[in-house]
Design a protein around this ligand. Structure first.
Ligand code: T6T
Length: 327
């Protein structure tokens, strides 16, 4: 059985993350950067029904309402550029003043978003980005590389003797996931006690993530830790580890903190969650869009922080970091 005491040192990772990384965040008050009266803002999510983007929507709507701007929110049924592109195209033809968007692929969404900027729409990238974001007024995202590094540190604290570690991602070409994997890989690769067995792609489907995990545990039964790099990967990883009856042997650290991930944390399937600040990202996005529309100074890049949630702080100081299912 995993010992409770093995979890305690994670508090130090949490404190580190909160104190050093949230300092990078901006617009913590959720305020807007300009007078939005009569402005129209479109927000295109990476995928509908994902509590990360639902929480971002809450931040967007609250900031827009405070500024007097109108918001239209849409998202594809899957995190898939072939489904997101038609939504962006139709938003562009409706000519909003600004477009907040989380592109689902670094290359496939490049041209559609450039077309939006060419049509005179102020584009603000929220969460994810594209290969060349120079057309955008601003790009706002978590410290994803740092989050990947922190995930490795959390696994290491619970497995001080080292061992094999695996990453479950979604798809290559998603900027945020690629950055998290990079951060984890760098940290794991620099520690001779650990053997990084690679990243596997779940296509953002929990069932596929579960299958990948059970297969990986059959091949490498001595895996000690899995970094599940987003909300759906974490959900599936928890299921896969339970199906393999390995929940007492494998540490899971998941990115994101939706209600289902928090349940897995509380029941002990998952040991730590890296919670982003989606509402702040959304509020910052509105502030930057309105500033651009007013001709005020904008910040080309804003990096928001994250908090490590464990069983120790989930009902205390980290309770407000759990994502929302509705606004
Ligand atoms: O992790 C978030 C987001 O940051 C990422 O770009 C895609 O996945 C999520 O929406 C979680 O499902």
């Amino acid at each position: 059985m995993r010992q409770l005491t093995r979890k305690v040192p994670l508090a130090s990772v949490a404190v580190l993350a909160v104190t050093t990384l949230t300092a990078c965040g901006a617009a913590e008050d959720g305020g807007s950067g300009g007078d939005g009266e009569g402005r129209t803002i479109a927000f295109v999510q990476g995928v509908a029904g994902d509590e990360f983007y639902i929480s971002m929507r809450c931040g967007v709507e609250e900031a827009a309402e405070a500024a007097g701007a109108d918001v239209d929110v849409q998202g594809p049924e899957k995190f898939d550029p072939s489904l997101q592109k038609p939504i962006v195209d139709s938003v562009v033809s409706s000519q909003p003043d600004a477009l907040l968007v989380a592109p689902t692929d670094v290359s496939a969404m490049q041209a559609p978003l450039e077309a939006a900027a060419d049509a005179g729409i102020e584009v603000v990238l929220v969460d994810t980005t594209v290969e060349d974001p120079s057309f955008a007024a601003s790009a706002i995202a978590s410290d994803n590389v740092g989050g990947g590094e922190a995930a490795f540190e959390a696994i290491k604290e619970l497995n001080p003797d080292g061992g094999k570690v695996l990453v479950i991602g979604t798809d290559p070409g998603v900027s945020t996931l690629d950055a998290r994997v990079e951060g984890f890989e760098q940290a794991a690769g620099g520690d001779s006690d650990f053997e990084y067995v690679g990243v596997q792609y779940s296509r953002n489907e929990p069932a596929r993530a579960a299958q990948l995990v059970t297969a990986a545990l059959q091949k490498d039964p001595d895996i000690v830790g899995i970094f599940a790099a987003n909300l759906f990967a974490a959900e599936g990883t928890g299921t896969g580890v339970r199906q393999a009856d390995k929940q007492d042997d494998v540490t899971i650290v998941g990115f994101d903190a939706g209600p289902a991930q928090v349940e897995q944390l509380k029941e002990g399937t998952v040991q730590a969650l890296v919670a982003q600040e989606p509402e702040a990202i959304g509020a910052d996005g509105v502030a930057q869009a309105l500033a651009a529309l007013d001709g005020d100074a904008v910040e080309a890049e804003i990096q928001t922080g994250f908090t490590i949630i464990t069983q120790e702080n989930v009902d205390g100081e980290a309770a407000d970091d759990v994502y929302k299912s509705s606004c």
